[in-house]
Design a protein around this ligand. Structure first.
Ligand SMILES: CC(C)(COP(=O)(O)OP(=O)(O)OC[C@H]1O[C@@H](n2cnc3c(N)ncnc32)[C@H](O)[C@@H]1OP(=O)(O)O)[C@@H](O)C(=O)NCCC(=O)NCCS
Length: 358
C-alpha cells in the first residue's frame, strides 16, 4: 500500500512586509537581506495558524475532489499552534467539518510538514487509515524578536496542506530519512515557549530566539545532504533520476550549497524563499503548490525533498508524483479580510522589542 498526494492547497496571508519595510525600523537593507538570503519579502498574518491551515485544507480538499467527511486523519504540523490544549488539529477538524477524522499536532519545527507526511504515509501504508490531510503552517511573526536583525529578517507566515489517499500504485512518499543532529539544540532555541517554570519570569508578548546563523547554515547543509544521500541509497535511486528538488526554503545560499553538493542543476530546484521567506513548517507545502501552479511538476516525476529546523531536526524524502498535476476543483475558501498593513500587524512586537532593549 502507498499514499498518493491527490490534493494540495496553500495559504499566504494578504499583508506583505518587504525588506524596505523592515529597514524603516531596523538597521538593515534590502541589499543586505537579499544578497545574504535571497529573501525579498514575507507575508504577515492577521489570523492564527489554525485559520491559515483551515483555508489551505479546504483548498487541498477541493483540489483532490473529495469531501471533508472522507478524511480519517489531520496532522497539524507547526511550531506556532494557536492552542495546545486541546490541540490545534482539532480546530481544523471542526472548522472544515471532518467529522470522521482524528487529528494531532506535530512539532519538529521547520521539518514538521515532512515529519507529518512521513507519519501519515506510514499509517496509510499500515492500513490503519485511508485518507489524511497533512498541514505545514506557521505564524512565525508571533515569535520574532524585531530587535534582532540577524533572525527577524528571515521568517514569514503562511503554509499549505496536502491530501493523501491509499493506493496500490507506488506513488506518494516512497521513503524518508529523519533524524536529530546530536548536540545542536542551542543553535535555534526559543526560551519561554513551553511549560518550564523558569519561563515564568519572561514578559508577555516578547520572545527572542537564540540563533547561531553560521552554525545552523553548516549543520543544515550537512544534515540535509546526509539525509538525501540516505534516502537515495535506501530506495536504490540514482541522483540522475531525480527530476525535481523541493528543499526547505530558509536561505537561497543554503539551497544553492546543497544543490551543488547533490550535483542538482538549479533549473530543477524549487526556489520561492524570495516571496515568502522562511515560513518554517509551511515552506515545503507552499513550494509544492507554487511548483504545481507554475507547471514545474509533471506527471510521474521523481521529486526529492529535504528540510531542517530547530533541534536540529533534519530529513529528506523521495516522492513519486502521480498523473494529475492540476486541481479537480477550486475552493472558494478565503481568510477573513485584513485591514492592516504588515507593518501595523507587527507593531506590538516591535514595541515589545523596543521596551526590552531600552
Ligand atoms: C543568518 C545569516 C543570513 C547570516 O549571514 P552571514 O553571512 O553568516 O552573516 P554574519 O552572521 O556573518 O553577519 C555579518 C554581518 O552582518 C550583520 N548583519 C546580520 N544581520 C543583518 C541584517 N539583517 N542586516 C544588516 N546586517 C546584518 C552582522 O551584524 C555582521 O556584522 P559585523 O560583521 O559588523 O559583526 C546566515 O548565517 C544564515 O542564513 N544562516 C542560516 C539561518 C537559517 O536559515 N535558519 C533557519 C532555521 S530553520
Amino acid at each position: 500500500m502507498f499514499a498518493e498526494i491527490i490534493g494540495w492547497g496553500k495559504c499566504a496571508p494578504p499583508s506583505v512586509l518587504s525588506n524596505d519595510d523592515l529597514a524603516t525600523f531596523m538597521d538593515t537593507s534590502d541589499e543586505w537581506i537579499f544578497s545574504r538570503t535571497g529573501i525579498r519579502q514575507r507575508h504577515i498574518s492577521h489570523v492564527g495558524s489554525s485559520e491559515m491551515a483551515r483555508v489551505a485544507s479546504e483548498r487541498a480538499l477541493a483540489c483532490a475532489g473529495i469531501s471533508a467527511e472522507e478524511v480519517d486523519l489531520v496532522i497539524f504540523g507547526s511550531t506556532s499552534p494557536d492552542e495546545v490544549i486541546p490541540n490545534s488539529a482539532s480546530i481544523v477538524v471542526n472548522r472544515i467539518g471532518a467529522k470522521n477524522a482524528t487529528g494531532f499536532d506535530m512539532n519538529s519545527a521547520c521539518t514538521s510538514f515532512l515529519y507529518g507526511l512521513n507519519v501519515a504515509t506510514d499509517m496509510i501504508k499500515a492500513g490503519s487509515i485511508k485518507t489524511a490531510i497533512v498541514i505545514g503552517v506557521e505564524k512565525a511573526s508571533r515569535f520574532m524578536d524585531y530587535g534582532r536583525r540577524d533572525s527577524a529578517v528571515l521568517f514569514g507566515d503562511g503554509g499549505g496542506a496536502v491530501v493523501l489517499r491509499a493506493t496500490e500504485e507506488a506513488l506518494g512518499l516512497i521513503d524518508a530519512k529523519l533524524n536529530i543532529v546530536p548536540d545542536t539544540r542551542e543553535m535555534i532555541h526559543m526560551p519561554g515557549w513551553g511549560m518550564d517554570l523558569s519561563h515564568q519570569a519572561l514578559k508577555e508578548f516578547y520572545y527572542s530566539m537564540n540563533f547561531k546563523g553560521q552554525d545552523i547554515f553548516k549543520s543544515a547543509v550537512r544534515g540535509m545532504n546526509q539525509a538525501c544521500e540516505a534516502v537515495l541509497k535506501r530506495t536504490n535511486t540514482d541522483k540522475e533520476s531525480i527530476d525535481f528538488f523541493v528543499p526547505h526554503q530558509a536561505n537561497l545560499r543554503i539551497i544553492q550549497t546543497l544543490a551543488h553538493r547533490m550535483k542538482f542543476d538549479m533549473d530543477n530546484v524549487m526556489v520561492c524563499v524570495d516571496k515568502y521567506a522562511n515560513t518554517s513548517a509551511g515552506t515545503i507545502p507552499l513550494a509544492l503548490c507554487d511548483a504545481l501552479e507554475a507547471g514545474r511538476i509533471k506527471p510521474g516525476m521523481s521529486i526529492l525533498t529535504a528540510a531542517f529546523g530547530a533541534g536540529l531536526t533534519c530529513g529528506a524524502g523521495l516522492i513519486k508524483w502521480g498523473q494529475r498535476t492540476t486541481p479537480k476543483g477550486i475552493s472558494d475558501a478565503e481568510l477573513p479580510e485584513c485591514k492592516q498593513t504588515a507593518l501595523e500587524l507587527i507593531q506590538p512586537a516591535i514595541e515589545a522589542a523596543k521596551t526590552h532593549y531600552a
